[in-house]
Ligand binder design. Structure first.
Ligand SMILES: [Zn+2]
Length: 383
């Protein structure tokens, strides 16, 4: 859908106003106009939910707003097929069950089969009919028991343990490389340069193809989410579903950034995490390694790592990071990015980060110290 933005009017604007008023981010549901106050409220909402902050309501912000109108306990939750119930109440339920030691999988706000299974298990243990749906009786039992249990985020510990058990070898592991954008009109950030035109979609595809070659040479099974010029644009949800179907061990999504100000420059890496402090431990580690290797090896400005709830990060079942490899709108970053030698440096940095992900923590090495040309040999020694 076209983003709803400043100056728009109509029923969708009224709806957005009323949701943000209930969330106490806006003081007045009237008038039926997307004005400056509403734009500020949308920004505050996006910030609080770990979304990209642009003050406009596109698909992803709309879904988050739609999900935010539900407080846990205000409706009965159940496993519905094929359109699963989603919302912040579902995530609150998942987080509560996880804290109590029930395995709902990643708290992704989607009431899927695994969540229903965890609810049924909980119901059985407290003597309720295990129908896997969460109505008033189950809510009452949760409220009664919830407080006794000490947190520990067992899901993230499980994810970390599964990752550790997969062993230090790259050989045979499956990695999905996701070049952002591409398809139809979606070229990402576009910067004209005389007769030329630099696009995010093309540059990240080139990086993905280079990375594919190097990772495959190190023995990994590598899949790209798209070809050089796909016919249709692909959503974050579709990209996540593809990686889940492949049973990937890791996913790295590649983007470039863009801003009105040419002064904005540097690299930033994102992993899954919610504002309430729940964060994928393995995803965060991968984000830190990718970020540090790139900064040390390329000297790009360090815009740090951040937790986000973007669809791609939230819906994937493996550690997933997204790297924004500099600003195409910055003359400094652009000059480097259009140089194939520089892109090769980025590829080597990501390669080193992936390798370090699989080293046991006690054998980790300083950032910038892995000679990726020796990767295969080093692996043979360590195996
Ligand atoms: Zn992008």
């Amino acid at each position: 859908m076209r983003s709803i933005r400043r100056g728009d009017t109509g029923p969708a604007v009224s709806e957005i106003r009323s949701i943000l008023t209930v969330l106490e981010l806006l003081s007045d549901p009237e008038p039926d106009l997307f004005d400056e106050h509403l734009e500020n409220a949308v920004r505050a909402f996006q910030q609080s939910r770990g979304l990209g902050v642009d003050g406009m309501v596109g698909d992803e912000t709309w879904r988050a707003l739609d999900g935010a109108r539900w407080r846990l306990g205000s409706r009965t939750l159940f496993h519905s097929v094929p359109d699963a119930l989603t919302g912040e109440d579902v995530r609150a339920l998942q987080e509560r069950l996880l804290e109590m030691g029930y395995d709902t999988g990643r708290p992704d706000s989607v009431y899927g089969a695994r969540t229903a299974h965890a609810v049924a298990q909980f119901q059985r243990e407290v003597g309720l009919t295990p129908d896997g749906s969460c109505g008033p009786q189950t809510m009452k039992a949760l409220r009664r028991l919830g407080r006794k249990v000490v947190g520990g985020r067992p899901q993230w510990l499980r994810e970390a343990e599964a990752f550790r058990q997969s062993g230090p070898n790259l050989v045979g592991k499956t990695i999905v490389i996701d070049p952002g954008h591409g398809g139809g009109e979606d070229a990402g950030v576009v910067v004209p340069d005389g007769p030329l035109r630099w696009t995010e979609a093309d540059l990240v595809f080139d990086l993905a193809a280079r990375l594919e070659g190097r990772l495959a040479a190190a023995g990994m099974r590598v899949h790209l989410t798209r070809g050089p010029s796909p016919a249709e644009p692909m959503s974050g949800t579709e990209r996540a579903a593809l990686a889940n179907t492949l049973g990937a061990d890791l996913l790295i999504s590649l983007h470039l950034d863009g801003q009105n100000s040419p002064a904005a420059e540097g690299v930033a890496t994102y992993h899954y995490g919610t504002g309430s402090g729940s964060s994928s431990t393995v995803g965060e580690r991968l984000a830190n390694l990718v970020q540090r290797e790139i900064v040390v090896r390329t000297g790009m400005h360090d815009c740090r790592t951040h937790a986000k709830t973007w669809d791609l990060l939230r819906l994937t079942r493996m550690p997933t990071v997204r790297v924004d490899l500099g600003y195409l709108t910055s003359p400094v970053d652009r000059e480097r990015l259009i140089n194939p030698m520089f892109r090769e440096q980025i590829v080597e940095a990501i390669l080193a980060a992936v390798q370090r992900m699989y080293f046991p923590v006690e054998r980790d090495v300083p950032t910038g110290s892995i000679d990726v040309r020796q990767l295969r040999m080093a692996l043979a020694d360590r195996a």
